[in-house]
Structures are given as structure tokens and as C-alpha cells.
Design a protein around this ligand. Sequence first.
Ligand code: FMN
Length: 422
Amino acid sequence: MKVLVGVTGGIAAYKAAELVRELQRGGAEVQVLMTPAAEKFITPLTLAALSGKPVLTSVWQETAVGDRFEIEHIQIAQDADVMVIAPATANTLAKLAHGLADDMVTTTALAATCPLVIAPAMNVHMWRHAATQANLAVLQERGVRFVAPESGELACGMVGEGRLAEPVTIAESVLAAAGHSQQMAGEVVLITAGGTREPIDPVRFLANRSSGRMGMALAEEALSRGAEVLYITAAKDVPVSPRCRSFRVNTAQEMHAALLAELPRATAVFMAAAVSDYRVEAVAEQKRKKTERMTLELVANPDILRDVVQHRKPSTTVIGFAAETERVLEEGRRKLVSKAVDAIFANDVSGVDSGFEVDRNAGMLLTHAEEIPLAAANKRSIAQQLLSALPAIRNAANAKTWWAHQDSNLEPKDYESSALTD
Ligand SMILES: Cc1cc2nc3c(=O)[nH]c(=O)nc-3n(C[C@H](O)[C@H](O)[C@H](O)COP(=O)(O)O)c2cc1C
């Protein structure tokens, strides 16, 4: 397991030496990176001796591999299973929150796609400052894991929160995050996202309010757990992670075709897209002229969810999304049965702070065994809960299939004869 350890310029930088040791004890191969400020607190030589590798302190170091030139921070970022920044200064937190990349630690963190763990350490007032807390919130929202600083006597002589967590605690989190990054290795997760567009003429279309953010949060979380992601998106504004195999579509029919083409490889399907139930029957070739009244004849689109369930392998898990504005739970329960899916995530999209076009969501995950409420949270956190529920969804679906099979094997006379012998 390859671990990147970024060290920044705080008084606790010396504890990075112990962290390197703890990670090695856990079986990690460690590469240390330092900011120029960190070098004022601990020498690269100490960390190089402990890690057994030269410490990277500048993006301007050139590396030749055979006759190839490699851009070091990109290469190590791609190879890593997990990156940790400990101690992380207030300054580095601010840079990370805003995407700045002007030293080896922040540049590598920006290029890394593996899980990122941050252990901040600073004076209590720096820690409590609104700017630091806002930066933390931004990073947390993006899925960064934090090992919170501890309370106690600080190097500045004050008492309060801000002391770097113990290296052994940080190492535990880092090793757990690396394990997490393999949790879904071997899974091929097919995700649909965004709202489809049904053309009226070359200029206009019928659409809906789905932004694609829920689908992207699912994709990013699945990627961070080591899954391969096939991503079919009708969203225009949410950037697609380059690590997904992505397919851009506009209409429900295009989404239907792409889904059925990719379905054979999928081990799990999350249908987060909002698909138009109807399309315009006769799409005008030229822009329609303005009239007092216009009638559009609509025809039904294929039922994508039903077709996915019909064409999937028995081992492929299908999770449908039900975006409702009323009787959310009843509608979710009805769809769980009528669409024969393994689970439904029923969410209310009538509110202003969850559902469509916002970063938060909430709802009820309905499986064949239980109903799990997912409280309002950012979409990444909802995605984490949905992916973590996969084993439970599969168990419930398998149990249901087993019972259905038992029932179909029992003739009425079996019940009678067993009643007689009892
Ligand atoms: C003696 C001393 C101790 C410091 N300790 C901390 C600290 O624990 N946490 C922190 O956020 N900044 C600390 N600073 C301030 C940082 O070194 C400073 O913000 C620096 O620009 C951080 O750079 P970096 O984030 O690129 O490593 C300290 C500065 C000095 C001079």
C-alpha cells in the first residue's frame, strides 16, 4: 500500500517522524512531501532516513525514468492509495479549500484521486477562526477525512483545541482510508445522472430540474472505494470525473440505449437520472414560429427502469430513485414492488434545501427487508450511505428470492399433509 505523507510548517511537524514509523508498522510504503515552511521545523534528511526515500520538497525537482521525463507530483499522486497531510497548517487548509497549488504538498493533493486524510494542528484561536472553520467545512463536503486535533496544552503556551492528534490515531485513520479505497474493488457500478432533454425543435426542449449532482456524488464515492464506474449522464453543468467511463446523452431514448449496451458489465446500477416519461412525437425540423396557441403531442418513452430489471443478470443489483413531491413513502413502496428493483431511494424534491439543483438531499432507502431513513446531508454523504447499504440491499433481495422460490415449490397439499402430521 502506497501512502503519501505531506508535512506542513507547524510546530508539530516533528511528529511526522513518528507517523511515518506507525504507517510502516501497518505495512505502508511511505513517500514524504514537505512544504518549504515544514523544512524550518524538521529536516528532510530525518524523514528521508525513516521512510527510506528522498523527500520531495519542490515541484521543480526533475525526475528521469530511463529516457522518460516524469512529472513527479502527477506520477506519485496517481500511484498513491491514500494521502495524509499531518500536521496540516491553517495556511495549507486554506489553500486546499480554494484549490491553490504552489508547493509539493498542495499540488500533489490537487492531483491525487485517492482518499485524502488531514490532521490539522494549530493555535486554538487559529483553529476556531471562522475562516479556518469555513475551509474545513468546504473540504469535508468534498469527502476529505479529518483526524480532529486534540485539546490540551499547546506549543504556544495556551490551552485548548489545536494539538495534533496522536500519530497512532492518525495512522489508524490513514490505513482505514486505504482499506476503504479497496472496499468496492471488482465492482462495476453503472450510474445514470441528470435530467434528459426531449427536443421540440432544433432550439427548444422539454427538460426537468435534475442537475446530475446526486449521480456525480455517487460516481466519486464509488471511485474512491475502488469501483470501476460507468457513467451515463444527461447533465450539462456538472463536470464528469475523468476516472469514469462516461457517456453523454440527451434524450431518454439515448439513455435507454446506452444503459442496455453497458448493462452486461455492471454489478450494480444506480438510476439517479430523472428521465422524461414522454417525448414530443413530431420534432420540428426548423424552429417553430410563435403562435397564439401551440399543441405538442407527446408519446411515452420506454420505461428504462423496467427494461434494466428485465435485461440484467440475476447477480446485478438495481437501485431505482423515486423523486416525488407528495406521498413520497407510499410511491417509493409501490415502485419497489411494481418495478421489481432491489431497492428504491425515495426522496422528496418539493423542498428548497434538498433534492433538485442543490447540494443536499434526504430520503428513505427502501429495501426488501427494511426502510432506512437518510437524514438531510450533502449529496456525497448520501452517496456514502447508499453505497454502504449495498450488502444489506443484496441480502434482502436474495432472501426475498429464496422465499419466493420456497413458496413456488410448496403445493397446497404440502400444507395440508404437514398440518395432519403435526
Ligand atoms: C514557531 C512557529 C510555529 C508555528 N506553528 C504553526 C502551527 O502549529 N499551525 C499552523 O497552522 N501554523 C503554524 N505556524 C505558521 C506557519 O508556519 C505559516 O502559516 C506558514 O506559512 C505555513 O506554511 P505551509 O502551510 O506552506 O507549511 C507557525 C509558525 C512559527 C514561526
